[in-house]
Structure formats: C-alpha cells, structure tokens
Design a protein around this ligand. Structure first.
Ligand code: EJD
Length: 404
C-alpha cells in the first residue's frame, strides 16, 4: 500500500491498487475486504479513480446521507452526469428526492409487510411442493433446481406476469447487476446474452400484459390516481423485473451454501425449523447477494478526514461492512444464533431495500421447507461460481439431500 500526502490535509490517504471487479477479487472478495478495511476508513482506488469505504461505520454513514451521497448520478461506476446511462435510469434506484419519494411511496405500499403476510400462504405452498419434489429426487443442484426455480415462480406470479419466458428475467437481472461495475468482460458477456430478451422485458412492463390487481397492475392504478404519470408506470414495473429475482435467487443460493458448509449450523436449523428466519438473516450478513453499491459525491465535502470533490464516485462494500470486526464479534463465523440485525445486505436509509419483507419471506419459507424434510445436506461436487460485478453468485451447487 502507498500513502500519498494530500497537500490540503494532514492525513495520508491510503491509495490501493486493488481491482474490486477483477476475477480474483470477485471469486473470493473476503480477504480483500480485510485489506480495504484495515487500510483506513476511506481509501482511494487508483485503478478507477474512486473512493471506497469498507468499514461498517462508514458504509452506514454514506448510505444514510443521501443529500451528500446521491443516487441520481447512478449507483454504479458510471457517472450519469458525464456518461450516458446503459439504460434509461430507474425512477427509484437512480433517483433522489423528490422523484425518489414519489416512486418509493408506491412500491413500499405494494410491498408492505401487510401485503406480504397476505400472500404468504401462496408462497409457502410453492416452497413446500417444490421441496417435496427435490427430496424425492435426492441428488439436486441447489442453484438450478431450487434457488433459480422458486423466486422465478412466486415473484412473477405476484407481479402478474405471463408464464412464458420468465427465465428471461435471469438474463436481464444478470445484465443489470453487471452494469453497475466497469465495462469489463463479465459485463460485455452479460449484455450479449441479454440483447435477445430486451424487447420481451419492455413488453412485459405494459399494462395489458400484467394480470389485473397484481403488483405490476397496482403501479398502473397508482398512475391512474395521479401519484405518477402513465409514462412512468412501465418504468416502475421494470424496477420489479430488475431487482426482484436475481437478488433472491442468489440470497437463497448463498444461504443454503452457508448451511451446507456449516453442518453444525444446519443441524440446529433441522432440529428447529422455526429458526429459518434467523438463519436466513445471518446468511445475509455472512454472504449477502448484493456485495457493493456506488454513490456520487454531490458537493465538495470532508468525510472521515478526507476531502472529497463533487462528482467523485464512492464505492460502498456492503458485504465488508457485514464482516467488519470493528462492529461484529467473530464476523467470519456463520452462526444462526447471532443477532444479525444491523447488517447492510439490504442497504439502509431512504434507498434501503423496498422489497426486504418479501425477500425475507422467500428466504424463510425455503429454509423452513428444507429444514422440515432434510436432516443433512451433503455437497457432492465442487460448487461453481458465476462471477458478477455486483452479485455474489453461484452457478451450481450439487448436493445430496438426506431426509429425516
Ligand atoms: C437493486 C441492488 C431498479 C433497480 C432497483 C434496485 C436494484 C436494481 C435495480 C436491488 C440493486 O429500479 O431498476 S439490490
């Protein structure tokens, strides 16, 4: 590590050569997180000319200060003030108040804990039915047979999407989350694979293709009520399609991976399936699906002792905050008895995950259906990583499910 003396201030700013979007980093980010956290509260990443924060305290501080660390210039590496966005900006993710506030009000009503409770029975039935089938099969791939199957069934059902072509959502999500990073090979490949389904995605956002009273249609109802314009409605439906599947696919995949690697923790869950919600929460802390997010500095300011300039990008390492020993006891240990609340896997502040109630419910229902039927999970082959600029993702996790 190099220290450079910024002539405007006393403190030396750690400058690192680490590339958080390289194959080495994405394959196993956690040792790099240690380096980033230990270097200082804020570090400068030479390769991209950006700030990075990896400690819990600073990640939390950046995420809660939406006035200084804005989203409307994009939450990826690209600065929308100077670079053309790869798609029309999201009306909620890539927006600041007051635009953000209007969009957020609608989505948080549609995805409220009360609504989530009302659809729980349907989501549970799907989890139980699918798990019956998988236990019968015995040898399964957790990613391809469960983590990709379950969210791709229940969430589009709730949205009111047609049955046909739903697997296109995975290609779309894969592209969206890669696009938050640099234009590297991983991104280029994702764009190539997404290109053929681009029209399908935009078509599904139209009202005539959404079942009456599903989540998608409810956005159009909000437009009829004057909360947003009719032109904005399909863009908010697009947000559901972007954020609602890949996140939970990988959240569920990573949770079962952690449980399979910690058989002692799985034993606790199998002995008491009512611990599924706590187990899922701890998996979000331990190995969350969403690893990083950017903000943009809105105006010259001082943060954690460094002078930041308007338009500079700040990379926040959510998954590193979740393993910061300054905040957690034994953070490298997956422990379903831990109080995992306060993790950053859903972000925090005004942009904190609006779908977190439904995401938690999906995770809980899958883990509890698993725990009720399966005594032990045996990994039968090398788990395969699928590298993504934002998501922590497995492409394959072959296991044998041993019933009670
Ligand atoms: C996201 C990390 C959108 C959108 C919203 C949220 C995400 C992605 C896309 C969820 C990012 O509005 O298009 S976790």
């Amino acid at each position: 590590m190099q220290f450079a003396q910024d002539n405007t201030q006393e403190n030396a700013i750690p400058r690192l050569d680490i590339d958080p979007f390289s194959e080495e980093f994405l394959t196993d980010p956690y040792p790099y997180h240690v380096e980033l956290r230990d270097a200082g509260p804020v570090v400068w990443l030479e390769k991209y000319g950006i700030w990075a924060v990896a400690r819990h305290e600073q990640v939390h501080a950046v995420m809660t200060d939406w006035q200084n660390f804005i989203s409307s210039a994009g939450v990826g590496l690209a600065n929308f003030r100077t670079e053309k966005p790869f798609r029309p900006p999201s009306l909620i993710l890539e927006a600041d108040p007051p635009q953000h506030t209007r969009s957020r009000a609608i989505l948080s009503r549609i995805l409220s804990p009360k609504v989530v409770m009302q659809i729980k029975a349907d989501f549970q039935k799907e989890a139980e039915t699918l798990m019956d089938k998988l236990v019968e099969q015995g040898e399964v791939d957790i990613i391809k047979d469960l983590a990709e199957v379950y969210p791709l069934k229940v969430f589009p059902d709730a949205l009111g999407l047609t049955e046909e072509g739903r697997e296109n959502l995975l290609l779309y999500g894969n592209m969206v989350f890669n696009a938050f990073g640099p234009r590297n090979k991983i991104f280029q490949d994702a764009v190539e694979r997404y290109e053929p389904v681009r029209d399908w995605i935009m078509t599904q956002c139209q009202r005539e293709n959404l079942r009456p009273n599903g989540f998608g249609d409810q956005i159009y109802q909000a437009a009829e009520g004057g909360e947003i314009t009719m032109e904005e409605a399909p863009m908010l439906v697009r947000s559901f399609l972007s954020a609602g599947v890949d996140t939970t696919v990988n959240g569920i995949g990573n949770a079962i991976h952690a449980l399979a690697e910690y058989p002692g923790e799985y034993d606790k869950l199998a002995a008491d399936p009512s611990r599924a919600r706590a187990a899922f929460e701890e998996s979000l802390r331990y190995d969350g699906a969403v690893q990083t997010f950017f903000r943009t500095v809105n105006t010259d300011l001082e943060f954690a002792g460094v002078q930041m300039r308007e338009n500079q990008k700040v990379l926040t390492f959510l998954a590193s905050a979740n393993r910061d020993p300054r905040h957690w006891e034994n953070p490298e240990v997956f422990d379903i008895d831990r109080k995992a609340t306060g993790h950053m896997a859903f972000g925090t502040g005004i942009h904190g995950c609006v779908g977190q109630a439904i995401a938690r419910m999906e995770g809980e229902l899958v883990l509890s259906a698993l725990a009720k039927r399966v005594k032990r999970i045996e990994i039968t082959g090398e788990p395969q990583r699928r590298l993504n600029n934002t998501l922590r993702s497995l492409g394959s996790l072959p296991v044998r499910l041993i019933p009670h």
